[in-house]
Design a protein around this ligand. Structure first.
Ligand code: ADP
Ligand code: SF4
Length: 691
């Protein structure tokens, strides 16, 4: 049925303990902000990946007991039998597509605050919780360890009852108690669980043995292990203890899922890492050492590299979280020889941000991610056109490109007009900044698709006025005209323009992206708190300018905490020699200095500089909308993307996609399709139960 040719090897079945995966594409466990609170959304999202060809599809981490309660984050939960039905829903849906379903059991130790359960957290030692919550986890005694093993065994039994094929013991990401037992900095016990490597690995060994004993007849048992913590001598290193642990446990798991720790190192953003295969050198010894099926990750999207890794004996499975999020149909596209149609992950980590934000996952590249159940969206299918209407999309940034693409796929006759000489808008502009080159993929993928469509006409160098639109004579217009950064200092702290001396050269990120660089020394003022302020400062420093970074936030680029980058962002600025002035606001701007003041008080000071870059707020470009509103011959129109509400690129692609899906759906239908919600089950007698 499928033409695979050079990539045949990727579609070979692989035996894992008592089960067989249909191919080598393996969606490793990854967070998705759905978890136990949103079982139907979770099921539909995972099932979409199975439909797209992923031979193994796993859950996110699954708490085994209320003493590992990650609230307010919504991960999976298998505290007891009552959690089986929600998980069975997912296992069944994945297996119905012919894939294997995996579940990652976890006890998070002192990474779980137990805010909902209020149980004192557990750890190998008395230790401060990892969060800001001022509480300690208590050192486990022998009975606690016996209890933990019993909870894990029960969870494994329940996982099997829920229908899972692969059951994990999880020791990675610095988020699991098993890994904490392994690491001397968390485990200084003097009993048989501390000291030697054999002792520190004892808990993992016991959990593996007991899981196999409990369910190993019909389920494969996987170990997810971080073999290197990327902390040098301060942590586990792949060529030292990491290898020793693998050798010690080699024969036990049916499958090794190996990576590096902690989460920001494993889910490394493209801003701070190479495109593909960045973990390979550190994990490549595992398969040779254990002889067991091995899965590894590294933001793989190139089938040639995948084939090479299999042939070289490095991996048996191509593991993926982000590539499976950006393109749930990646395996099928390879199978069908449609390599150019793969929607490649850009490594922006917006998907990861949703876990910490406690909302369903979303993706810059794939606007349907997280919307499979609540909006019924599929990345590869969209309703055909409802009429023969002709459509004009004005603006070729991420919103306009996505809108035109989906309208084109629906079969409408679409014209996309872009004012500048190139398509891409902000995605193209931002990709020219330091570290963001991979973001260009937002443009490349869409332009490639659009160029295949006979019903879509693409025009650059076409700045349209209301008259142009009227004369063009289409039935409907989507205005994706974007937004511009403000230069007047209006932002989070200043709700009115700053008092700026005319002699001070003012710049915005748009100037820097257009290659208009200031002459230094320069102050970058961040009152936006997204990624842009830090990127601009880093970019200017690399251009040879002396930079002072002033921000009203208490850390550099606070939003990047959610994308797992904040520590790297701040370190990058420090190592570039950029002076940081945090929790500081710009009060006034003179001809050759800015006056700064502490957000929490303190004396004002003057900072000498030759230029000021404002990274504060954006103004939606609604010029054309207003003009069309005045223009008698205007067709119907609507605004999408940053022109509607400036945000992330992910917001823009989503907005363009949503508008294209809803086009001519009818108001009632569009409202009904707003989204479905998962409602808590409320027993009819609950009112009388309320005290
Ligand atoms: P979004 O993120 O919403 O897609 P962008 O700022 O990335 O927004 O893209 C908006 C694009 O719209 C820019 O490339 C800009 O050149 C283009 N544009 C703005 N006004 C017009 C216009 N009147 N005619 C054609 N293109 C326009
Ligand atoms: Fe990749 Fe960004 Fe999508 Fe995550 S949100 S899968 S990092 S493109």
């Amino acid at each position: 049925m499928l033409q695979t040719g050079a990539y045949d090897i990727l579609f070979e079945p692989v035996q894992v303990g008592p089960v067989t995966a249909p191919n080598r594409f393996y969606q490793v466990p990854h967070a998705c902000g759905m978890g136990h609170l949103r079982p139907q959304a979770h099921t539909a999202m995972r099932a979409t990946k199975a439909a797209g060809g992923w031979g193994v599809v796993c859950t996110e981490e699954t708490e085994i007991h209320p003493s590992s309660d990650l609230s307010p984050y919504s991960e999976q939960r298998l505290w007891d039998e009552r959690d089986i039905p929600a998980l069975a829903l997912m296992a069944e849906a994945v297996k119905a597509q012919g894939s294997l379903a995996g579940i990652e059991l976890v006890h998070n130790g002192h990474m779980a605050d137990n805010l909902y359960s209020r149980i004192p957290p557990l750890a190998p030692l008395d230790v401060q919780l990892d969060s800001a919550y001022p509480k300690m986890a208590r050192a486990m005694d022998k009975q606690d360890i016996r209890d933990l093993r019993a909870w894990h065994r029960r969870a494994a039994r329940n996982a099997k009852a829920a229908g899972f094929d692969i059951v994990y013991v999880y020791a990675g990401h610095n988020m699991t108690i098993t890994q904490h037992f392994l690491l001397p900095r968390y485990n200084q016990r003097s009993d048989e669980y501390g000291g030697s490597l054999e002792n520190r690995a004892r808990l993992i060994r016991e959990l593996l043995e007991e899981t196999k004993e409990e369910i190993g007849d019909s389920c494969a048992v996987a170990l997810r292990l971080a073999v290197d913590e990327m902390r040098g001598e301060d942590g586990m290193q792949a060529h030292e203890e990491g290898r020793a642990v693998v050798e010690h446990l080699a024969a036990l798991p049916d499958l090794w899922d190996v990576n590096v720790s902690d989460w920001p190192n494993d889910t490394l953003s493209s801003r701070f890492g190479p495109d593909e295969g960045y973990e390979t050198d550190l994990i490549s010894f595992v398969k040779a050492t254990t002889g067991k099926p091995t899965v590894g990750v590294g933001r793989f999207t190139s089938p040639d590299l995948m084939v090479r890794l299999i042939r070289q004996g490095v991996l048996d499975f191509i593991g993926a979280a982000r590539p499976s999020i950006a393109d749930p149909y990646l395996p099928n596209k390879i199978a069908e020889g449609r390599i150019d149609a793969i929607r490649e992950c850009i490594g922006c980590n917006i998907c990861a941000s949703c876990d910490a934000l406690g909302v369903p996952i979303r993706c810059t590249q794939n606007p349907t991610m997280g919307e499979e159940w609540r909006r019924g969206w599929n990345p590869e299918h969209i309703a055909p056109k409802a009429s023969d209407s002709t459509v004009l999309v004005v603006g070729g940034g991420p919103a306009g490109l996505e809108c035109a693409l989906q309208l084109g796929r629906r079969g409408y006759r679409v014209t996309l007009a872009e004012a500048s000489g190139e398509f891409g808008g902000r995605a193209l502009r931002e990709s020219r900044l330091k570290g963001l080159s991979a973001w260009r993929r937002v443009v490349d993928n869409r332009i490639y698709e659009l160029r295949q469509m006979a019903n879509v006409a693409l025009y650059t160098d076409s700045a349209l006025s209301a008259e142009d639109v009227g004369e063009f004579g289409c039935d409907h217009v989507f205005l994706a005209t974007g937004a511009a950064w403000r230069s007047d200092g209006t932002g989070r702290s200043h709700h009115f323009p700053l008092d700026c001396d005319d002699a001070m050269p003012l710049f915005t990120p748009d100037d820097i992206m257009a290659g208009r660089l200031p002459e230094g020394p320069v102050v970058v003022y961040d009152d936006d708190h997204g990624y842009m302020g830090g990127v601009i400062a880093d970019h200017l420093a690399e251009s040879g300018l002396r930079v002072t970074f002033v921000s009203t936030a208490s850390v550099v680029s606070p939003f990047t905490v959610y994308t797992l980058e904040q520590e790297r962002v701040q370190r990058a600025l420090v190592s570039a020699g950029i002076e940081l002035s945090l929790s500081t606001s710009v009060a006034a701007v003179g001809p050759d200095s800015v006056t700064i003041e502490g957000v929490y008080g303190g004396a004002r000071a003057d900072l000498a500089c030759s230029a000021l870059v404002m990274v504060s707020a954006r103004t939606p470009d609604r010029t054309l909308e207003h003009a069309l509103g005045q223009y008698a011959g205007a067709p119907t129109f609507e605004v999408v993307g940053d022109a509607l509400s400036p945000g992330l690129i992910a917001d823009a692609t989503f907005s363009g996609h949503l508008a294209a899906r809803n086009f001519e759906a009818g108001r009632e239908q569009a409202e009904a399709a707003l989204f479905r919600r998962e409602m808590p089950a409320v027993p009819s007698s609950s009112r009388s139960d309320t005290p």
